[in-house]
Structure formats: structure tokens, C-alpha cells
Design a binder for this molecule. Structure first.
Ligand code: ADP
Length: 487
């Protein structure tokens, strides 16, 4: 198939979260599986031109939107042979961070990503690349399905092109006040209905995308169910409900090249399920790095996360002082909510040797925490798929998770009778439930160490490679094409 992968971020260029991981990795996996894939993303300021050997492809490159014409350019490179294009328009994309100034979303986000969405299709035309499917992700590219079915209808070029919209996180919808953007992005009164883009007097890009996309996917089967009703749908469940038969849940894979303890350059020594000696070294390095008591017998609970409401770390906040009276250590790597950054950044100073934290985004430390911890905490309120619990399992680190979304689909709760399981799972979104579950893990660590070792081996034996996901997307693309024919 000819697939155009459009995303606002993608590895290896840049990522702020799971979306970036998935878009880049999935594109490459589809390319390796023999599909003709091109990846398109904005040329964000922090993407290094030299490092990625970006060369000019089109300059100037005209993008028309409403009554405006933009003089942009297009840069080209190849990632393992896969053609990749970056749309360069500095007024919109040179800034960093890419979506907000650290506190508030940029006020021109609606214009920035409408521009990008239109530019993606203009580029497709300029390249003479008529895709079978345009794969879009989240609100940033949710206008593409709309453009394909309106403007794209005017010529023959996109006549057979289907669209697929992946929801990585329905908490982010691309909501803009008022209807002022409508003429700019090319919406007319037909689209300004609550069925389509209008929402409470403003615009909702994701909701409009649901209306026009031929197929809708999300990143785990359980999350696909959760978003069909409230509160999981974040206000959009009734719109999704109408497209119910077109909604699929496909579990993300993980990048097993990057996240593999047998060849992780960030770990002091490699290790495998057969020989865990390297894991003990990683634990020692982790304890040193975070100024914890260096002791193999103290269990380390790791955290690598955005500090956002979704992730449930207020539950940890509520019980942390009590946890610190227990015989355990906690390391946290995270950034986001300023208040939480302050809180977790301060804790090591009052619990030296037991609590370590680093506030910021640091891939090296993320790898060290995955490798060196014994347990990994993910008390998410909701979690569309989640990658870190899968990384943890690959590293023989047992995840402690709430039963939601992809966490429920990937982590098997310990069955104390059989010793089977790959982690510890709780249901209630309460500090007490988290505390009890950490307590259960801790009890198992101190009293039934063979069970922990057995679980770690089971966790490491799980297959989270992309092969399964690629099959799922191939099916979804086929469904999208069928539906496109019917439109
Ligand atoms: P989300 O996309 O909701 O943030 P995921 O678990 O799906 O959550 O993906 C998070 C990704 O971002 C993982 O690859 C994780 O390692 C990485 N990550 C999150 N916070 C940090 C951090 N502070 N430093 C380094 N990597 C981080």
C-alpha cells in the first residue's frame, strides 16, 4: 500500500510523548514490511538539520489556506531508506516547546496545525504521491480527513485516498474559542454544526475529524471501549458512538531496538532473562545516580512520566510520606505540572537516601530507571496505551498499574496461587488502592522473592514488538479503503 504518515512529531526527530514514538516507529515498521511509506512532519526548530541530513526539496513551497498563501519550504531526508519530509515555516514551527509555552497552549495552534494539515496534502500532490491511505494522528492532523473529502474531491488525484485517524489521547482535542478560524481553515456553515467541527460556539478539530475519517483507531482495545462512553470519551463519546463500527483498538508495539536490556548503551552492563547480573549493576548505578542507599536488598520503585493529572501522581503524592516510613526506595523522573514538579523535586531533600528525583526530560535516565528499578509505578487515571509499562516488562521491572486502557491490556495481575503474572494491578482511583498495591508488591519482595524472580522472567518473555500492530493497521487500512469507496 501507499501510505502517507502525517504527524506533528515523530521519532527519531523529536517526541513529547507516545504520539511521537508511535508515528515514527510505525511508519518505519510499515516501510520495512514492504509498504511504500512517506512520513511528513513539521520542521520544528529543535530538529537538527545537519544531524538528520535534511536537504531542500521544494523552496519556495506554496500552501494555500482560505485567502492566505504561505511561502513555506520542504526539506527531505531518509530514515533507513524511508522518504521523510519536513514542512518548514518558521513563524509557526521554529518555537520550542512545540505545543505550548510551558504553561499555556500557543494561541495560534489552530492556525499552525491547519496549515500543516493542508501542507501535507499539497506536498503529496507536489510529489505526485497519491496515497492509498493518509494516516493522521490526534487533533493536529485531524483536518486532513476533512480536506481529503472536500478540497481533495475537486481533482482526481485523491479520488481513491482513504483516511485513518488515530486517537492517541482523547484528552487533547484541539479546541479553539469562537468560529473566527473557520474561513481561514476553510470551513463553511455546513461544517459548523455540532455534528462536525462546532463545539460550544468554538471549534473542535478532533470531533470534526471523527466525522470525516474513513476509519478511526486508538491505541489499545480497552481504551477503544472506554472512549465510547463517558467519562472516557471526554465529552466526545456520543460522536464516536455513531462511528462505533469504524473504531478499532490496536495496541502499540515498542521499539525493541531502543528498549532492549541486552543492548542498551545507557545501562552499565547488558542483561537478558537468562542472566540478570547486569540488572543488579543497573540497580547499583541507579542508586548511586540518585544518591540512594546502595543496597541490592532495598526494592526500588521507579517512575518515568509526564506529571499530568491523567497520570495519577496525586495519588502517590497523598501517600508518599507514609511510604517513606516503609523499607523501600523511590526514584522519579518527570516534568509537567509545576506544583508537582516542585513537590517531587523537593522530596529528596527531606528523605535523603530513600527518595531520588530528577525534574526534566532525560532519555538516558529513563533507560536507567527502567533497567535499575525493581518495580515501576503507573497509577494512571486513564492510559490510552502507555509505553513505559511495556518497557518495564522488557527490562524485568514489574509494573504496578491501574486497570485502565492499555495498562489493563498488557499487564497481568499476580495470581498468588500460581505465581503467574507480570505485575500488580489495582482498580480504584484512590490513594488507598495504590498504597495497598505497593504494600502487596513490597510484601512479595521481602517474603516471596522467588515469585518476584519468576514474574520478572514472565514479563521479559512478553512479545511487545511491532509485528502484531503492523498486522492490525494493515487490516484497518483495508477497512478504510472499503469505506472510502462507499463515500
Ligand atoms: P504519554 O505519551 O502519555 O506521555 P507513554 O507511556 O505512552 O505516555 O509514553 C511516554 C514516553 O515518553 C516514553 O517513551 C517515556 O520514556 C518518555 N518520557 C516521559 N517522561 C519522560 C522524562 N521525564 N524523561 C525521559 N523520557 C520521558
Amino acid at each position: 500500500m501507499k501510505i502517507l504518515m502525517a504527524a506533528s512529531e515523530a521519532v527519531p526527530f523529536l517526541k513529547t510523548g507516545g504520539l511521537g514514538d508511535v508515528a515514527g516507529t510505525l511508519a518505519l515498521e510499515l516501510h520495512k514490511a514492504g509498504h511504500e511509506v512517506i512520513l511528513v512532519l513539521p520542521k520544528h526548530g529543535i530538529i537538527n538539520t545537519q544531524k538528520f541530513e535534511l536537504t531542500p526539496k521544494f523552496s519556495p513551497f506554496f500552501v494555500h489556506l482560505g485567502t492566505a498563501t504561505f511561502f513555506a519550504s520542504v526539506l527531505e531526508t531518509r530514515i533507513e531508506g524511508m522518504p521523510t519530509y519536513l514542512i518548514e515555516y518558521d513563524d509557526f514551527f521554529s518555537r520550542n516547546p512545540i505545543y505550548d509555552d510551558g504553561k499555556k497552549a500557543y494561541p495560534d495552534n489552530g492556525a499552525r496545525f491547519a496549515f500543516f494539515s493542508k501542507a501535507v496534502l499539497d506536498l503529496s500532490l507536489a510529489l505526485g504521491f497519491a496515497p492509498d491511505v493518509v494516516h493522521c494522528s490526534d487533533w493536529q492532523t485531524a483536518l486532513i480527513p476533512y480536506y481529503l473529502k472536500t478540497w481533495g474531491f475537486e481533482g482526481d488525484f485523491f479520488r481513491k485516498t482513504a483516511s485513518l485517524l488515530t486517537i492517541h489521547n482523547i484528552g487533547y482535542q484541539g479546541i479553539f474559542d469562537g468560529l473566527g478560524l473557520a474561513p481561514f481553515i476553510g470551513l463553511n456553515w455546513m461544517q459548523l454544526r455540532p455534528d462536525e467541527f462546532e463545539a460550544f460556539g468554538g471549534l473542535n478539530y478532533l470531533k470534526g475529524g471523527f466525522f470525516y475519517a474513513d476509519q478511526i483507531t486508538t491505541v489499545s482495545p480497552t481504551y477503544a471501549q472506554e472512549i465510547l462512553s463517558e467519562p472516557g470519551g471526554n465529552g466526545l463519546s456520543s460522536y464516536l458512538e455513531r462511528r462505533k463500527s469504524d473504531v478499532m483498538g490496536i495496541l502499540n508495539g515498542i521499539d525493541t531496538q531502543e528498549w532492549n536490556p541486552a543492548k542498551d548503551p545507557f545501562l552499565p552492563a547488558p542483561y537478558t532473562a537468562k542472566n540478570l547480573a547486569g540488572k543488579a549493576k543497573a540497580k547499583e548505578a541507579l542508586q548511586k545516580e540518585f544518591l540512594l542507599e546502595v543496597n541490592p536488598n532495598k526494592p526500588v520503585f521507579g517512575v518515568v512520566s509526564r506529571l499530568a493529572d491523567q497520570k495519577g501522581f496525586d495519588l502517590l503524592q497523598a501517600i508518599i510520606h507514609e511510604l517513606m516510613t516503609w523499607d523501600l526506595q523511590i526514584v522519579l523522573l518527570g516534568s509537567g505540572d509545576k506544583e508537582m514538579e516542585g513537590f517531587f523535586g523537593w522530596l529528596p531533600s527531606i528523605y535523603p537516601g530513600k527518595m531520588g528525583s530528577y525534574i526534566g526530560f532525560q532519555p538516558r535516565l529513563a533507560h536507567l530507571i527502567e533497567g535499575g528499578s525493581d518495580f515501576f509505578l503507573m497509577p494512571s487515571r486513564y492510559e490510552p496505551c502507555g509505553l513505559n509499562q511495556m518497557y518495564s516488562m522488557a527490562y524485568g521491572t514489574l509494573p504496578i498499574v491501574r486497570a485502565t486502557g492499555g495498562l489493563a491490556d498488557t499487564v497481568t495481575n499476580l495470581d498468588p496461587k500460581t505465581g503467574k503474572g507480570t505485575g500488580f494491578v489495582f482498580n480504584d482511583i484512590t490513594p488507598g488502592a495504590l498504597k495497598d498495591t505497593i504494600g502487596w508488591a513490597l510484601y512479595t519482595w521481602y517474603n516471596e522473592r522467588p515469585v518476584i524472580e519468576k514474574m520478572a522472567k514472565q514479563a521479559m518473555a512478553q512479545d511487545f514488538s511491532w509485528a502484531k500492530a503492523v498486522k492490525g493497521y494493515e487490516q484497518a487500512y483495508a477497512k478504510a479503503l472499503t469505506r472510502r469507496m462507499g463515500w
